[in-house]
Design a protein around this ligand. Structure first.
Ligand code: MG
Length: 168
């Protein structure tokens, strides 16, 4: 693989791990706020981000490259409500979508066809990620932030199960 492409994939591994960190931090926040359902949703989201990082990690290995892991930063997610948390999650996913699209542009410019194929999966995945966050934001807005509404939303978020390795 061309070195600039390898470097870009390594940067994306870091982005995905940074995402995992952000969601795990949100999970801790919700545990502390006694919202176990939202905490569960964020914990599963964090796990999914690690699986995304691993897809890129394994891709480099399969291509005969050595992944290089860069430092992730301490998460700095500050929010005052469940609505704000999911708005942050959405804007974070929009950032990741942009990263994936930029990586795809690079893969096209450098004619790295296998990377383009891998990225098709991620392009679809990002549509799902944004859709999921938007759906939750819509239901929170609809419900309002009364205690009863929060209880119902939290219960619903608690239903999220870990995904299979293959789908994650
Ligand atoms: Mg991801």
């Amino acid at each position: 693989m061309k070195q600039n492409v390898v470097d870009a994939v390594n940067r994306q591994i870091r982005e995905e791990m940074q995402s995992a960190y952000a969601y795990l931090d949100m999970s801790a926040h919700f545990e502390a706020r006694k919202l176990p359902g939202a905490a569960n949703w964020m914990r599963n989201q964090a796990r999914e981000e690690v699986a995304h990082a691993m897809k890129f990690f394994d891709f480099l290995i399969r291509r005969g490259e050595r992944p290089r892991l860069a430092a992730v930063e301490a998460p700095s997610t500050e929010f005052n409500s469940i609505l704000e948390a999911f708005e942050l999650a959405l804007s974070h996913e929009q950032h990741i979508t942009q990263c994936i699209h930029d990586l795809f542009d690079l893969a096209q410019r450098e004619r790295d066809y296998p990377l383009q194929t891998l990225l098709h999966w991620f392009i679809d995945e990002q549509v799902e990620e944004e859709e999921a966050a938007e759906g939750i934001i819509d239901s929170i807005r609809l419900a309002g932030e009364s205690g009863e509404a929060m209880f119902m939303i939290d219960r619903e978020l608690g239903l999220r199960q870990p995904e299979d390795e293959e789908e994650a």
